[in-house]
Design a binder for this molecule. Sequence first.
Ligand SMILES: Nc1ncnc2c1ncn2[C@@H]1O[C@H](COP(=O)(O)OP(=O)(O)OP(=O)(O)O)[C@@H](O)[C@H]1O
Ligand SMILES: [Mg+2]
Length: 243
Amino acid sequence: MIEVKDICKSFGNLQVLKKVSLTVNNGDVVAVIGPSGSGKSTMLRCINRLEVIDGGSISVDGAEINGNDKQIRKIRQNMGMVFQSFNLFPHLTVYDNIALAPRLIHRKKKEELDPLVDELLQKVGLRDKKDSFPAQLSGGQQQRIAIARALAMKPNYMLFDEPTSALDPELIGEVLVVIRQLALEGMTMIIVTHEMNFARDTADRVVMMDGGQIIEEGAPDRLFQDPENERTRAFLHSVIGRQ
Ligand SMILES: Nc1ncnc2c1ncn2[C@@H]1O[C@H](COP(=O)(O)OP(=O)(O)OP(=O)(O)O)[C@@H](O)[C@H]1O
Ligand SMILES: [Mg+2]
């Protein structure tokens, strides 16, 4: 369980998060939507401590993140993060991209790594790409490998920051299929996305951010059909109007 309580974050004079609170129970799939600059990425980055918060608290499985290096390493291992830009290591094969962290951190040997990588590649539908380099893959394939790599540490939580925003439209579906499958398997996830149909059919809950705050939160059907907040309504209108 992830408990975010009243977190604040500023960059210089700019207050980017203003008392944001969010609870994610095990098995929850939470979609985060909202306009550019509203603080969505910053919130995710605070949750896995890529940013240090100025106020409030974040607890994972009941333990407050307190800045102790060992604890932060443990939390990061337990939270897979997938970014908009795939961030694969260009000089490593698909196999080595996926095997790197379990090899270095869990000291896994080839006998364990081979079946692990195979299982993960099967999950993302790319078993035949084991020996390819990232540059030999399409954007959608690279992002699916990035998901496999994040899953290699067997995390309990997955954080996605606009995982399909950098993709050509025809490649978006294949990545969403993989994320949807993880949701069906019960993975606990926070997904920042502009894909409203995906949010609607995959998330248990949608969180709308604006101006550094969560201004509305609810079941997808309710929030999309009948938003309570005027700014949610305007945002949905502008996004869905374009789709
Ligand atoms: N490292 C940083 N230094 C200074 N300002 C930052 C930094 N990171 C983010 N910001 C600012 O914080 C605000 C929120 O940024 P954030 O990336 O969280 O927004 P977002 O909701 O993810 O937007 P987008 O939909 O465009 O990704 C923006 O005004 C951004 O310019
Ligand atoms: Mg962002």
